[in-house]
Design a protein around this ligand. Structure first.
Ligand code: FAD
Length: 314
């Protein structure tokens, strides 16, 4: 049987998460990508270019633009019988749409998958990421949300065919009134290869400009602890951890962060961790691959100056 991936997009651009979801399920069968929305031509082109895609199915209707469960689920239910797996990333849309989809199909969804061990065997975190369980499903069909940051993206270069889908009237129980998107010239936190994170010790929103400066120098995304977000030093969408974003960069530089369990729950996928802290006993310092014991207000400017001197470009 084939696999259906619901594309993650903002109407204009395909999210990098979709390329990671495609990689996660590669090997389970032919992969079709479903794009729903009005004015999504560029998204369709980007999806069709992903390696390993058999075809892109597209339904254009302004009613899909809210990406709400009420609008999207009937289309997915209509296609379900052709697929053994229906999959998307564990982002905002996936968390809204897939539980409803699973209920409509009378299937137990498997959420936050971090490893695919076979057609019906998957790893997922439990207890706020403190343990990983392997689940085996004997259901006729799998409904999965994937933690995209746990997988590498497939490359682009393919040229899948595009097939328009005829659909019924789009249900609009809820109406999208407005969408406020964060504009940023730094990489997306959830998929960045390098993340620079700041804690409460950064001391102010002005202090975070130092963290941003280092991040720009390294072409990295910026993250923050909940303490820093709650203090108003950093915006909500920078929060990393149990109640924030889950990240899996190649390198995480944690600055003035103690390493509370709830923060660690969000960084378990990080390949290398560098901790910069005044306290050599801080949990994150002990966990880190490299620790720099010192005051962030002197070490970060020195680090940036050294990167400039050596001429590192990333
Ligand atoms: P602190 O723990 O206060 O650590 C500050 C660190 O900075 C210390 O290690 C200190 O030595 C160091 N420091 C001080 N001055 C300097 C300096 N000048 N230079 C360098 N280092 C310095 N937290 C999250 O991050 N993400 C979550 O998603 C999250 N979810 C939560 C959910 C629940 C239900 C609860 C109860 C808590 C949650 N928290 C979360 C909060 C978490 O428990 C911690 O309070 C928080 O992570 C601590 O943030 P911090 O490391 O910035 O602050």
């Amino acid at each position: 049987m084939a696999v259906l991936v619901l594309a993650d997009h903002d109407l204009g651009t395909l999210s990098p998460a979709t390329a990671r979801v495609v990689n996660a399920i590669a090997g389970l069968g032919a992969v079709d990508v479903l794009v729903l929305g009005e004015g999504v031509d560029q998204v369709v082109t980007q999806a069709a270019a992903l390696n390993g895609i058999a075809k892109v199915i597209v339904a254009q209707d302004v009613g899909f633009n809210s990406q709400s469960a009420e609008a999207l689920v009937p289309v997915l239910v209509g296609l379900a019988s052709c697929y053994s797996h229906i999959v998307t990333s564990a982002g905002t849309v996936g968390r809204d749409v897939f539980p409803r989809l699973a209920a409509k199909l009378d299937i137990q969804p498997i959420t936050d998958v971090v490893a695919v061990r076979g057609a019906n065997r998957f790893d997922r975190p439990i207890y706020a990421g403190n343990a990983i369980e392997t689940v085996t499903s004997n259901q006729v069909r799998q409904v999965l949300t994937i933690r995209a940051s746990a997988f590498k993206p497939v490359a682009s270069g393919g040229s899948a065919s595009v097939e328009p889908l005829t659909h019924g009237t789009v249900t609009q129980v809820a109406q999208l009134v407005a969408a406020h998107r964060t504009q940023s010239d730094v990489p997306d936190l959830a998929t960045a290869q390098i993340v620079v994170g700041g804690g409460i010790a950064v001391g102010s929103s002005e202090g975070f400009t130092l963290i941003e400066q280092l991040a720009r120098r390294l072409n990295a995304a910026v993250g923050a602890t909940r303490a820093a977000v709650d203090a108003g030093y950093a915006p909500n969408d920078w929060q990393v951890g149990q109640t924030g974003k889950i990240i899996a960069p190649d390198l995480y530089i944690a600055i003035g962060i103690s390493g509370a369990l709830q923060h660690l729950a969000g960084i378990q996928g990080a390949k290398k961790i560098v901790a910069i802290n005044t306290d050599a006993e801080a949990p994150l310092v002990k966990l880190a691959d490299v620790a720099l014991i010192g005051d962030l207000f002197t070490t970060i400017p020195a680090l940036i100056a050294e990167l400039d001197r050596v001429g590192v470009t990333l």
